[in-house]
Design a protein around this ligand. Sequence first.
Ligand SMILES: C[S@@+](CC[C@H](N)C(=O)[O-])C[C@H]1O[C@@H](n2cnc3c(N)ncnc32)[C@H](O)[C@@H]1O
Length: 186
Amino acid sequence: MSIEDKKKWNKKYQNNPIPDTPIELIKEYSKTAKRGRALDIACGMGRHSKYLASIGFEVDALDISSVAIESIINIPNIYPKEVDFDSYTLERNRYDLIICTFFLKRELFPEIVNALKEGGVFIYETFVYHPDNEQTPSERSYLLKEGELEKTFKDRLEFIHIDEYWDKTMKGYKMKKASFVGKKIR
Ligand SMILES: C[S@@+](CC[C@H](N)C(=O)[O-])C[C@H]1O[C@@H](n2cnc3c(N)ncnc32)[C@H](O)[C@@H]1O
């Protein structure tokens, strides 16, 4: 288990719980998926799990932080679980919708495709490496490369939306982001 990750995120969430507001991409595109079972990868304090549950999904909400997971127990239609994606395997052919925001673990990409049902939708947004970014993460590998999502998913999912754009972080730093929505057609 990534003990260091767990400690780091528990400390962050204890000192600084993040707002409940879902990002626009999730609000706009979650409606394109069949209302059924959803997975929120690295759900944090569950802002998107709560949104998806409120519009009719049953949501598996997974994260390594026990503080985050404890904050979302006993919410109808949310099934929180503490997991480490360094060792956790997604169940195949289970989800109508998978979302992931601001978490990057490249090894999960093929698993995500396998975990979608036929017709299932994957929605993803995270930061992209760029020399003009105003905030640097602890590790460069936590950032996408420009064009990486297109290359990764072009033979695996039908693209509904793909974009790279400049935005501000919650703390107001200018950062490049990538957003992606794809559908599993077979
Ligand atoms: C930037 S936060 C994003 C949280 C949420 N997706 C959101 O947008 O509000 C990254 C999340 O990844 C989780 N995380 C980091 N490493 C992890 C791992 N190895 N396994 C599972 N979750 C992990 C952290 O606990 C944290 O909640």
